[in-house]
Design a protein around this ligand. Structure first.
Ligand code: GLN
Length: 496
């Protein structure tokens, strides 16, 4: 019996190379865990992290075993060979269903691999199945999935967060060693925080968006979820890089000026606290206690922590909820019933379009298409869309000032990831605005394009359950290295 609760990607790799178990045995152990805990079709009797498990998992593991044997024979290192991963349902794997948890893509089979998937395949990763999500990544609880709600492994009466809730729950419940999510306004970090695992929203463009179904194209990025910072780093390194298929993709290293401070100067990086953003009664007191404890820990570790100002950060949520639906309304226009997925016939060609979209898009998707169309319509374009973009520039300037040596000169900014712990299933479904408020701390990194990581940093006791609390660190463009170093320090992981 392999004890999955103790494994990380790093330790599993060591065991695989030593021959303690094979990739097939490891894959089988995860398939057994899914069968035992996930609750079957639509996840009714369990966690509900997976929309489907692939039928070729063991065959994938056999292919990976060859890389492991090559490494054992003295060849190159393959840190992800044989590592079982869950993949969010909006990321394409050739020949496999991908639906963004939407009825409108019922029956759709991906015709090609996303670039991130192609790279992971080359690295020998094993894909277990499609992780549940909010439809087209819109939401913060997976309750907008057209198929099922993913439950929090720490308390099945609570949500796993979203939109990458299936990915985070799969990792937290040891039904995958790592997972891919996508993050447009917090969808990797918030579920990671709710489920007590690590989630990275990388620098915009650092991982190609080719083969990721578009939600808000100026905000979207694929991000890894895993049990440790070191594991998240391995996944990020395997997927990152400039890609000819995505004109917005970049090589993060080109954005790095200089090593992490500690390496060269002996001085630790400086951490900024946007104090004015953290007052008020919207934040749970236990979350604030965990936040203060994380700051105290960083100080103990020798970091300088200082207050900074981000004067326009308070507008982030309003800006996000204008820019994002505008982009959603245009990106979702392609789902017309003609090219992919479900189709409902109407009286005329144009009626087909209305019938199909009216029937197969869920409420939240329709709400955002309408909001986005409204803010882009001729009478309101300047008042909403252009205004939001102008304020987005001010927020970017605030962050540039925070990270610049001429400004506050900090290397990272710390906030909680979410204002509270995971809420109850059903608690916020009839109140979209209260759901949107959960995104208060996460949307800024997407608006600015900078990387941010959520780290498990404490618990709150509720109803006899220990619900995880997450802390978010944000750094400058391309400085994932800073997030990994600080994250490992905070969690007490040995630097790899
Ligand atoms: N919860 C946010 C929203 O509903 C974030 C979604 C995301 O990052 N995909 O838009």
């Amino acid at each position: 019996m392999i004890d999955l609760s103790k494994l990380t990607i790093q330790t599993a790799h060591e065991f695989l190379v030593k021959g303690d178990f094979t990739a097939r045995e490891l894959a089988q152990a995860y398939l057994d865990a899914v069968a035992a805990k996930d609750g079957g079709k639509n996840g009714e009797n369990g966690i509900g992290a997976y929309l489907g498990v692939y039928d070729d998992v063991l065959a994938q593991a056999d292919v990976a075993q060859k890389l492991i044997e090559a490494e054992r024979a003295g060849g190159p290192t393959y840190p992800l060979a044989g590592i079982p991963l869950a993949v969010k349902d909006n990321i394409l794997i050739e020949g496999k269903p991908a639906q963004s948890a939407s009825k409108i893509l019922e029956g759709y089979i991906a015709p090609y691999d996303a670039t991130a998937i192609k790279k992971l395949k080359e690295a020998g990763a094993v894909f277990i199945g499609r992780a549940n999500m909010d439809e087209f990544a819109m939401g913060g609880s997976t309750e907008n999935s057209a198929y099922q709600t993913t439950k929090n492994p720490h308390d099945l009466s609570r949500v796993a967060g979203g939109s990458s809730g299936g990915s985070a729950a799969a990792v937290a419940a040891d039904m995958a060693l790592g997972a891919l999510g996508s993050d447009t306004g917090g969808s990797v970090r918030q579920p990671a925080s709710y489920c007590g695992v690590v989630g990275l929203k990388p620098t915009y463009g650092s991982i190609s968006r080719y083969g990721l179904m578009a939600m808000g194209s100026s905000l979207d990025v694929i991000g890894p979820i895993a049990k440790s910072v070191g594991d998240v780093e391995i996944l990020f390194n395997a997927m990152k890089g400039k890609d000819a298929f995505d004109g917005t993709s970049i090589d993060v290293e080109e954005y790095r000026s200089g090593a992490i401070k500690d390496d060269t100067t002996g001085k630790k990086p400086v951490i900024g606290v946007p104090r004015a953003f953290l007052v008020g009664d919207g934040i749970d007191t236990d979350v604030m206690k965990a936040f203060d404890a994380s700051i105290a820990r960083f100080k103990e570790l020798g970091y300088e922590v200082k207050d900074i100002e981000l004067p326009n950060i308070g507008y982030s949520l309003a800006v996000y909820y204008v820019v994002m639906p505008a982009e959603v309304s245009s990106n979702l226009a392609r789902f017309d019933g003609v090219k992919y997925g479900a189709y409902k016939e109407g009286a005329t060609g144009i009626e087909d379009y209305f019938e199909t979209r009216g029937e197969y898009f869920g409420r939240e998707a329709r709400r955002r298409v309408m909001l986005g169309t409204y803010v882009l319509s001729s009478g309101y374009y300047d008042a909403y869309y252009n205004k939001a973009n102008a304020v987005r520039d001010l927020i970017k300037a605030d962050f540039a000032k925070a990270f610049s040596p001429e400004g506050f000169g900090v290397d990272a900014i710390i906030t909680p990831t979410a204002p509270a712990v995971a809420f109850k299933v059903g608690e916020k479904v009839s109140d979209p605005v209260s759901m949107y408020l959960e995104d208060i701390f996460t949307v800024t990194a997407n608006l600015v394009g900078v990387p941010a990581i959520s780290l498990p940093a404490g618990h709150k006791e509720v109803d006899g359950k220990r619900m995880p609390i997450g802390m978010q660190l944000t750094s400058a463009h391309g400085r994932e290295d800073v997030l990994f170093a600080l994250g490992k320090d905070l969690l007490g992981e040995k630097a790899a």
